[in-house]
Design a protein around this ligand. Structure first.
Ligand code: PEP
Ligand code: MG
Length: 592
């Protein structure tokens, strides 16, 4: 799309992470949070500062009442209850009185005084013995940020899940948990200033099927709510106040999109077989049992990765074994006899369950994440394993462990599974005693000892999202190093080949469930490297299937042989791109 800077039109470019185009009003939220600085004030400034504080309380009250009204309209009265607590806190005389006393006696600015007192309240609530009171600490902090937004004149601050009008969200950042709560009816697409293509926020956007662009750097500061914009998730751009010519060009793009969708629809329920007869198992990644509908609708053969973390986040306590069992069972029965590979909990990294209140880590991706966390929390792990085992009686359930770095972790996890099996046996609870247990290969050490791991597991699933970040030391969520995050780096290709060969030597299958499996440019390379199964976001299954049905295994192998001998990531990528564009040009008509 031509870069055009006529008066009023403004184009910002970032990293395209989720296909599609949408148009609508912009809603800017979560500007980078201001630092609450302490500022000494003079005696003459006290009245002004208390006045500012009181005004912010009035503004906050009006905003809460307004959001409450919209929530009642759109979601019902029960959902709006939370705001009653906020209003009560806002009217707490002790709190308000203490802030004013601090401003007067210590002669400090209003935001500092309010933040200090509100934080003290939140801490006291958190320390309470009563669970109800502890939960109120979150309300206190929500309210604190609203008041601070008003004091600091941060525009348009509000709760993400209470958006009540269709819009394009512009945010500094969005956590995976916040993204999971987006209401597709109201959020047409979103952008963030930071982030990478394989962050869990980006993965969630693809899973929701909404266009998204990340790494826009300053968009949340430059753009204003209410402006009209066009978001291009294919090419990673947001066009604010688009001209008629731009709208016309995008109209054409939408027509091409519709024609591609028709083609994809035709092959959706066809098998994923290459032109020379090689069948590739093509499954889908899900984050919630409710995603099964999308799995079936998009023609995937089962689930290759059930990310169970989302059962644990966006809630105020751990899910029980029974709740987990119901979720896993739902997926297993709906997809039977197709397999459902349930991955054990992968909390940490960029996914956190706030109710666990874990101390922040300096390097969360290298820290207490996934299997490391589960092995250290045997009770939590046990509940999940029992739930998975119980669900295995109801369908074709398999299980895999994330972030295995060595054989000891695999053995420890397997020992806990054996204990759970023994318990269930003793309780006469049915489960599949032969449940297949696989290992995710997403840490370079695991790829390098793949033979040893293959000897003790039933399948491999290559988690390329992490394998790339850990091999190349490039944070998958950091746009500043996204140029180093190269899936076609020779080191990555060799590690994948090593893993696939080790799996095949031991008679087990090697799948890929990272985002490269869903990239039509890279899927042929994976197939050429010998990968047996690909698991992708449901929304891209048809594109990958379309590609598979238009390539020859022999040619994909030639591509892989080239990649294994080439030293240059960009040369390998260009070769993959040429291969893919020649095999299935329609898939790329919307990309520049
Ligand atoms: C991966 O790392 O490639 C993977 C599939 O797991 P996640 O993206 O959840 O870390
Ligand atoms: Mg991973």
């Amino acid at each position: 799309m031509a870069e055009r800077l006529q008066k009023g039109e403004k184009i910002l470019r970032g990293i395209a992470v989720s296909d599609g185009v949408c148009r609508g009003k912009i809603l800017v939220l979560h500007r980078a949070r201001h630092i609450i600085a302490r500022r000494e004030i003079s005696a003459g400034e006290v009245a002004g500062e208390t006045g500012r504080f009181e005004k912010s309380l009035v503004q906050t009250r009006q905003q809460i009442l307004e959001v409450q009204r919209k929530v009642v309209e759109n979601l019902g009265a029960k959902e709006a209850d939370i705001f009653e607590a906020h209003l009560l806190m806002l009217e707490d005389h002790a709190l308000v009185g203490e802030v004013i006393r601090l401003i007067k006696e210590e002669k400090v600015n209003a935001e500092y005084a309010f933040h200090t007192v509100a934080e003290r309240y939140a801490e006291a609530l958190l320390a309470a013995n009563d669970e109800y009171l502890r939960e109120r600490a979150t309300d206190m902090r929500d309210l604190t940020s609203r008041v601070l937004d008003n004091l600091l004149e941060v525009k348009d601050a509000f709760d993400l899940h209470h958006i009540a009008e269709p819009c394009i969200l512009i945010s500094h950042d969005l956590s995976p948990s916040a993204t999971a709560q987006l209401n597709k009816k109201f959020v047409l697409g979103f952008t963030t200033d930071i982030g990478g293509k394989t962050s869990h926020t980006a993965i969630m956007a693809r899973s929701l099927g909404i266009p998204a662009v990340v790494g826009l750097q300053t968009a949340s500061q430059e753009l204003d709510s209410g402006d009209y914009a066009l978001l291009d998730g294919y090419n990673g751009a947001i066009v604010v106040n688009p001209t008629d010519q731009t709208l016309f060009e995008y109209g054409q793009l939408l027509r091409r999109k519709a024609s591609l969708e028709e083609k994809l629809h035709e092959i959706q329920q066809q098998p994923a077989v290459t032109l020379d007869g090689k069948a590739i198992h093509l499954s889908a990644n899900i984050e919630d049992a409710a995603d099964i509908e999308s799995v079936l609708a998009h023609g995937a053969e089962g689930v290759g990765l059930f990310r169970t973390e989302y059962l644990f986040i966006n809630r105020d306590r751990l899910p029980t074994e029974e709740e987990q069992y119901q979720a896993y069972r739902k997926a297993a029965t709906a997809l039977k006899p197709q397999p459902v590979i349930i991955r054990t909990l992968d909390l940490g990294g960029d996914k956190f369950a706030s109710h666990l209140q874990l101390a922040p880590e300096v390097n969360p991706f290298l820290g207490w994440r996934a299997i490391r966390f589960c092995l250290a929390q045997p009770e939590l792990f046990r509940a999940q394993l029992r739930a998975i085992l119980r669900a295995s009686a109801e369908g074709n359930v398999k299980m895999m462990y994330p972030m295995i770095s060595g054989l000891d972790e695999l053995k420890q996890a397997n020992a806990i599974v054996e204990k759970c099996k023994a318990e269930l046996r003793a309780e006469n609870v049915p489960f599949d005693d032969k449940i297949e247990i696989g290992v995710m290969i997403e840490i370079p050490s695991a790829a390098l000892i793949a033979d040893a791991l293959a000897a003790q597991s039933k399948f491999f699933s290559i988690g390329s999202n992490d394998l790339i970040q850990y091999t190349l030391a490039a944070d998958r969520t950091n746009e500043k190093v996204s140029h180093l995050y190269e899936p076609t780096h020779p080191a990555i290709i060799r590690l994948i080949k090593l893993t696939v060969d080790a799996a095949h030597r031991h008679g087990i299958k090697a799948n890929v469930c990272g985002e490269i499996a869903g990239d039509p440019v890279l899927a042929p390379l994976l197939i050429g490297l010998g990968v047996d199964e690909l698991s992708t976001a449901p929304t891209v299954v048809a594109q990958v299937k379309y590609m598979i049905r238009r390539l020859k295994l022999t040619e994909a192998r030639e591509l892989a042989n080239f990649a294994l001998q080439c030293e240059s990531p960009s040369e390998i990528y260009v070769r993959c791109q040429t291969f893919a564009r020649e095999a299935a040009p329609s898939l790329f008509e919307n990309k520049t």
